[in-house]
Design a protein around this ligand. Structure first.
Ligand code: ZN
Length: 390
């Protein structure tokens, strides 16, 4: 995958050299243009937009290749119209630096924090974006780009779509993407189709209930005992912080001290009674990699809870692949997958467990952008199943 601007690729892309199925085609053996038009997309280019709480990113994309990119800060506190204007500016910048006419773009896909309805294009609410309540994002963007089809999708779902099309999920027919970062989200592909649900909110696998204890922790959406409340990066950090306040987790705090540029001695690191420290999942993963037993214990506990969530998914959906992404999963690596696999082995139907492959996301930080772009082709493929020139 190219992460850099490659205007030099554009003439080749326009001629279909890199179009799907053309892997063995060299420029010298290209068929006549007329044949190309019948068999290849009229234009291979798509604009992908990744709308985040802090940053808006846009790129002109061909399959998983970024031709150009543009970024700007999200005016998150200024309301939906300011954010939509910023999306428009960022998309236009990406288009300009790709040196491609808007007439050669076949659509815009926007990865959006949800919940939202991808069919109506309405965003119900968006965490970290002020004033977002039932915003008709698709229609508002359609007014800005009247000649382009606009599609919006849930960010975790589209990251999963990107992994399915071009990353670790390639070739799978029943895939679940689980992103573990500050929260836990996901995307479900069943029988080669994205699962939207009645109003588009399917795939919220982080909010499965896994602990019925009345004293279980609560997630940001108010669920007591959901997977996110127990095993997200926030939960892992909270576990470490609680232990620190109780007088342990000293080795985990080392990462925090390094972050703020201090190197206290063991004595100085002893907290006053009641002193707290906001430790992060990253501090826990780093301490675990240094061999700290308490950090390993915290990650194993989180991994076991995630394992039970995955067993529920195995029993419900019988996936052939589960792709783990997000900063916490990628950072903890096998420290998380070992307990997950142990729980699957102990608790899942063997026939379902035997068929599933647990793997890590492979598209890196651009999976949201690539997924947003892949969503345009996915939706157009559903809308025009017999049209080979889309
Ligand atoms: Zn929840």
């Amino acid at each position: 995958m190219f992460n850099i601007q490659r205007p030099d690729l554009i003439p080749m892309l326009m001629n279909g050299v890199f179009a799907s199925g053309g892997g063995s085609t060299s420029p010298a053996t290209l068929p006549a243009p007329k044949t190309l038009l019948q068999k290849q997309p009229a234009s291979p280019f798509v604009i992908g937009v990744d709308l985040g709480g802090t940053q808006i990113r846009a790129a002109v994309i061909h399959e998983s290749t970024l031709i150009s990119r543009a970024n700007r800060m999200t005016p998150a506190s200024e309301g939906p119209d300011a954010v939509i204007a910023a999306i428009s500016q960022t998309a236009h910048e990406a288009l300009e630096s790709a040196e491609i006419s808007i007439n050669d773009i076949k659509g815009i896909g926007v990865s959006t924090p949800g919940p939202l309805n991808p069919q109506t294009g309405v965003v119900f609410t968006a965490p970290n974006l002020e004033g977002w309540a039932n915003v008709p994002l698709r229609d508002k963007l359609q007014a800005v780009f009247p000649d382009l089809p606009v599609y919006i999708g849930h960010d975790a779902t589209l990251a999963g779509l990107g992994e399915w099309k071009y990353g670790a999920g390639k070739g799978s027919s029943n895939m679940i993407y689980m992103t573990i970062s500050t929260g836990i989200g996901g995307g479900i592909i069943a029988n080669k189709l994205l699962v939207d649900g009645a109003v588009g909110t399917a795939g919220e696998i982080g909010h499965m209930y896994v602990d019925m204890n009345p004293h279980a922790p609560v997630c940001g959406s108010g669920h007591r005992g959901c997977l996110e409340a127990l095993a997200s990066g926030t939960a892992i950090g909270r576990d470490a912080s609680d232990r620190y306040a109780a007088g342990t987790a000293r080795a985990i705090a080392q990462g925090y001290y390094e972050l703020i540029g201090e190197h206290p001695t063991e004595e100085q690191r002893q907290p006053e009674p009641g002193e707290t420290l906001a430790l992060r999942a990253r501090d826990v993963a780093e301490a675990a990699k240094r061999g700290d037993a308490e950090a390993i214990e915290i990650l194993q506990a989180a991994g076991r809870v995630i394992g039970f969530g995955i067993v529920n998914l195995l029993h419900t959906l019988n996936p052939d692949r589960i792709v783990l992404g997000g900063g916490v999963a990628m950072g903890a690596g096998e420290l998380l997958t070992q307990p997950i696999n142990a729980v699957i082995e102990e608790n899942a139907f063997q026939i379902a467990a035997k068929e599933v492959e647990l793997t890590f996301a492979s598209l890196g930080g651009d999976n949201g952008l690539i997924g947003a772009a892949a969503y345009v082709a996915y939706r157009q493929g559903l809308e025009y199943p017999n049209n080979t020139v889309l």
